[in-house]
Write a protein that binds this ligand. Structure first.
Ligand SMILES: Cc1cc2nc3c(=O)[nH]c(=O)nc-3n(C[C@H](O)[C@H](O)[C@H](O)COP(=O)(O)OP(=O)(O)OC[C@H]3O[C@@H](n4cnc5c(N)ncnc54)[C@H](O)[C@@H]3O)c2cc1C
Ligand code: FES
Length: 255
C-alpha cells in the first residue's frame, strides 16, 4: 500500500477515560489515505523538548462521513502526553498507513478481544467485519469501569461483553475468565497488554481456535529500517514487527 507523510488538523479532542483521549484528525488537503484495520500511524511529537522519535499509534477508526481519522491515545509518557495536549486546530504530521492489518475476510463469527488501550484497533476492524456480514462479538477488558473506552461506539458494530478486574462493570476478572471464552468462534483477534495476549493465545491453542494478536513492541522508525522492534518467529526467525506485523497469527510466535 502507498505510504504517505501527511499533515492532519486536530479537529476534536475528548478525554474518554482517566488516561485516554480520543483525537479526531482531518487531512489538511482533504484526501484521506486508504488504510486497513490493524495498521498504525507514526505521529510526530511537536510540543515536547525530549521526544524526538515519532510515536506509533493504532488506527482506531476512519469516519468517512466526517472525513476524520480517530486515534485513541493513552498517556504513557512524555510523547503521548504531548500528543493529547495538542490543541484543536493544531497541525499534526503522520506517516501512514504502516504495517499489516488483521484478517478481515468476511463471514463466520469473530471474537475481538481488547484490553486497556489495546481496544483501539478493534473498533475499525469490527466496523469492517460487521459491514461485510460477519458476526462480531467484542470482549473488552479493563481494570475498572472508569478505564473502559468508547463502549457506545463498539455497541454500534457488534455484541459487547465486558470484564473488569474490580467487577465494577461486566464480569469480574480477566478477559480470559469471561464466560464468552467458552463459546466457539471461527477466529479470535486480540490486542492489549502482553500478559493478556499470551493468556488469550494459550486459551485459543487449548480450544484449537485460530488466533491473531497485535504486538506493541517498542518502535523507532516504524518502517523496517532500525531493527529495534524485532520478534523471533517460528517460520522466518527475527522479523520487524513494524513491517511484518504488528498483527501475527499466534502460530508464528514463539510464545
Ligand atoms: C503498533 C503499535 C500501536 C500502538 N497503538 C497505540 C494506540 O492506539 N494508543 C496508545 O495510546 N498507544 C499505542 N501504542 C503504544 C504507544 O506507542 C506508546 O505508549 C508510546 O510510544 C509511548 O511513548 P511516550 O513518549 O508517551 O512514552 P515513553 O516515555 O517513550 O515511555 C513511557 C512508558 O511506556 C512504555 N512504552 C513505550 N512504548 C511502548 C509500547 N510500544 N508498548 C508498551 N509500552 C510502551 C515505556 O517502556 C515506558 O515505560 C502502540 C504501539 C505500537 C508499537
Ligand atoms: S521500528 Fe524500526 S525496524 Fe521496526
Amino acid at each position: 500500500m502507498t505510504k504517505y507523510i501527511k499533515d492532519f488538523i486536530l479537529v476534536d479532542r475528548q478525554q474518554v477515560t482517566t488516561a485516554c483521549h480520543l483525537l479526531k484528525l482531518r487531512p489538511e488537503d482533504g484526501i484521506m489515505p486508504a488504510m486497513l484495520p490493524g495498521q498504525f500511524v507514526q505521529v510526530e511529537v511537536k510540543h515536547s523538548k525530549s521526544t524526538f522519535l515519532r510515536r506509533p499509534i493504532s488506527i482506531n477508526f476512519v469516519d468517512t462521513a466526517d472525513n476524520t481519522l480517530w486515534l485513541l491515545v493513552r498517556c504513557a509518557g512524555e510523547g503521548t502526553t504531548a500528543l493529547v495536549e495538542s490543541a484543536v486546530g493544531d497541525k499534526m504530521n503522520l506517516v501512514l498507513p504502516l504495517g499489516n492489518g488483521f484478517n478481515a475476510t468476511p463471514g463466520g463469527n469473530r471474537l475481538l478481544i481488547g484490553g486497556g488501550v489495546g481496544v483501539a484497533p478493534l473498533l475499525y476492524l469490527g466496523k469492517q467485519l460487521r459491514d461485510s456480514g460477519t458476526d462480531v462479538t467484542f470482549l473488552l477488558g479493563a481494570r475498572s469501569d472508569a478505564d473502559l473506552a468508547m463502549i457506545e461506539e463498539f455497541e454500534k458494530y457488534g455484541t459487547v461483553c465486558i470484564s473488569t478486574e474490580d467487577g465494577t462493570r461486566g464480569e469480574k476478572g480477566f478477559v480470559t475468565m469471561h464466560t464468552m471464552m467458552n463459546k466457539r468462534f471461527d477466529l479470535i483477534q486480540c490486542c492489549g497488554p502482553m500478559p493478556m495476549m499470551k493468556a488469550v493465545a494459550r486459551k485459543a491453542k487449548e480450544t484449537g481456535t485460530p488466533c491473531e494478536v497485535s504486538l506493541e513492541n517498542l518502535m523507532a522508525c516504524g518502517i523496517g529500517a532500525c531493527l529495534c522492534c524485532v520478534e523471533d518467529t517460528t517460520d522466518s526467525g527475527n522479523v520487524c514487527v513494524c513491517k511484518e506485523g504488528p498483527v501475527f497469527n499466534i502460530n508464528r510466535l514463539k510464545w
